[in-house]
Write a protein that binds this ligand. Structure first.
Ligand SMILES: Nc1nc2c(ncn2[C@@H]2O[C@H](COP(=O)(O)OP(=O)(O)O)[C@@H](O)[C@H]2O)c(=O)[nH]1
Ligand SMILES: [Mg+2]
Length: 222
């Protein structure tokens, strides 16, 4: 990268970081837990959110900001589960930025929320560089992606507070060691909370849901 391009990129990132800090302060003052979900396309973000919403919507006030390069498909899937959803179509952008999220939040009635999910654009690289003002990044990785993805895309795993291993119902059909995948992820980030889940069979979802409830409660009580 040339020196000029580096400078432009740094300016974009610092403007983004300033706005993200404002979003974070606003959400924190209202006691809203915000999780930024990052993964490759098709890892199961929307499916996990559909299950999570069904299980938690009687206990927490939920909303979702759903980002994709194109289409409102995910937003429409999620809206059917009865929570407010804002769609962001990036029109080619490989990640969400704080400005897009800030605009979406104005449509969501933040004072009425406990837990806000941001489904980032499917991509394990770009989304990890852009702070959206979230409380925590959560990285998802499906068992079909291979055990070495934390080693190949370390930034997403380093910056996340939790890892959700998805689609574990498929493990019997694959050559995939969940132990090795988690070991790889923890070699990048020893602090990661890890959940091994299947949105199809429901395995592992109870631990994920309990963790969300506790984290939302901690955020609400400051
Ligand atoms: N076998 C299996 N498939 C899943 C699971 N979760 C999602 N899928 C499938 O994976 C594909 C992509 O899921 P989606 O939630 O749209 O992924 P996203 O792109 O990360 O939002 C869909 O065909 C889902 O039905 C799971 O737990 N087990
Ligand atoms: Mg999706």
């Amino acid at each position: 990268m040339t020196a000029e391009r580096v400078e432009v990129k740094q300016k974009v990132l610092s403007a983004n970081d300033r706005l993200a800090a404002e979003i974070r302060a606003d959400l924190t003052s209202r006691g809203v837990l915000c999780l930024n979900l990052i993964s490759s396309p098709g890892s199961g973000k929307t499916t996990l959110l559909e299950k999570t919403i069904d299980e938690l919507k009687s206990k927490l006030r939920l909303a979702v900001v759903a980002g994709d390069v194109q289409t409102r498909n995910d937003a429409e899937r999620l809206e059917r589960h009865g929570v407010p959803v804002e769609a962001i179509e990036t029109g080619g952008g490989c990640h969400l930025n704080a400005e897009q999220v800030s605009k979406s939040l104005s449509g969501l009635g933040l004072s009425e929320l406990d837990l806000l999910f941001v489904e980032n654009v499917g991509n394990l690289v770009c989304p990890s560089s852009f702070d959206l003002g979230e409380s925590m990044k959560v990285v998802l990785m499906s068992v079909t992606e291979g055990e070495d993805k934390p080693l190949k895309y370390p930034a997403a795993f380093r910056r996340a507070g939790a890892l959700v291993l998805t689609k574990i119902d498929l493990i019997p059909h694959l050559q995939f060691s969940a132990e090795r995948a988690v070991e790889n992820a923890r070699s990048i980030n020893p602090e990661l909370e890890v959940f091994a889940t299947s949105s199809f069979t429901g395995e592992g979802l109870a631990e994920w849901l309990d963790w969300l409830l506790e984290a939302a409660e901690r955020k609400r009580s400051g």
